[in-house]
Design a protein around this ligand. Structure first.
Ligand SMILES: C[S@@+](CC[C@H](N)C(=O)[O-])C[C@H]1O[C@@H](n2cnc3c(N)ncnc32)[C@H](O)[C@@H]1O
Length: 289
């Protein structure tokens, strides 16, 4: 496990994922009844963007300026993106940054913590020991938050079904090796067997279209309930970028969130574009009947 998210924190993929995460949480909160938010690949929780400029030995080009950096200072953003940016800004201030330049970026655990209500609960899994140690010192001991040094794919078996009977699972793996795609499909089978109505959001990189299509068709062949897929591409298909975009598969999506996410994906792709051919959109993989 060589992956360290701090090199990527706040990049275009984080922006897209975290904006949609905010909309998922907000939609689930249309009902008063609490739910479990399970983050199977939580990361360290807080990222110092100044550290993103250094690899283990070499200087690196930070990714956040082409991500969240594009949003800071804009006054024309959709209200939902403004809601996300305000959460990031608030976190940055609370971490002690009083300058105008962004310094501290919240990972999905801190963003979700800011958005959850007292009746909601959070479970975070992180397998990499140093990332777990950082996450645990950040969030361990907070009421209704549990931080576990577990393999997130295995944890879904012990944590679901949950007592709340409603859950949102975020699966956000590093995609370090080719087995990741099948591990997600198997995790879905485990989730379906335990809690078929659970809302599941899976992040994936937009690399090879054919690989993604195989993944989606593997998922579809496993009794998939209503599901949509939202994507943003920051460059066209002829781009030499290793990752020219990303997507989110959302299983059992909240009612009528599709139109909102389609609009946000389109706007984000236009603002985060780095080359011609950028686009955002949403398609139903299994439609609602
Ligand atoms: C993309 S990062 C997570 C980012 C985080 N969800 C966010 O949005 O801020 C993926 C994380 O998963 C961790 N990881 C890798 N394999 C794992 C596994 N099987 N179970 C739990 N965590 C894992 C990595 O160490 C890394 O911190």
């Amino acid at each position: 496990m060589n992956y360290r998210h701090h090199y990527h924190a706040g990049n275009f993929a984080d922006v897209f994922k975290h904006v949609v995460l905010g909309r998922l949480i907000s939609s689930l909160q249309r009902k008063d009844k609490g739910f479990l938010y399970l983050d199977t690949h939580a990361g360290r929780g807080r990222y110092d963007l100044a550290r993103a400029q250094h690899g283990e030995t070499l200087a690196r080009t930070p990714e956040w300026p082409a991500g969240i950096g594009r949003l800071v200072g804009r006054s024309d953003m959709p209200v939902e993106v403004g809601h996300y940016l305000a959460a990031v800004r608030d976190f940055d201030r609370r971490c002690g940054n009083l300058t105008d330049e962004l310094r501290f970026y919240p990972g999905s655990p801190w963003l979700a913590k800011g958005w959850l209500r007292p009746q909601d609960r959070m479970a975070l899994c992180e397998l990499q020991p140093s990332e777990f140690a950082a996450l645990s010192s950040e969030m361990g001991g907070i009421p209704r938050v549990s931080v576990q040094p577990l393999n997130g794919y295995v944890a879904v078996r012990s944590m679901l079904p949950c007592s709340e009977k409603r859950a949102l699972v975020l699966i956000d793996p590093p995609f370090e090796d080719a087995n990741e795609w099948m591990a997600i499909v198997e995790a879905w089978e485990d989730i379906r067997a335990r809690m078929p109505a659970c809302t599941v959001a899976v992040w994936y990189p937009l690399t090879t279209r054919a690989r993604i299509d195989v993944f989606l068709s593997e998922l579809r062949s496993r009794q998939l309930p209503p599901t949509w897929v939202a994507e943003i591409a920051v460059a066209g298909t002829d781009s030499p970028l290793k990752m020219r975009g990303c997507g989110l598969v959302v299983v059992n999506p909240p009612w009528r969130l599709d139109e909102e996410v389609r609009r946000l994906a389109t706007w984000l792709a236009s603002v985060l574009a780095v080359a011609p051919g950028a686009e955002g959109g949403l398609v139903w993989l299994v439609s609602e009947t």
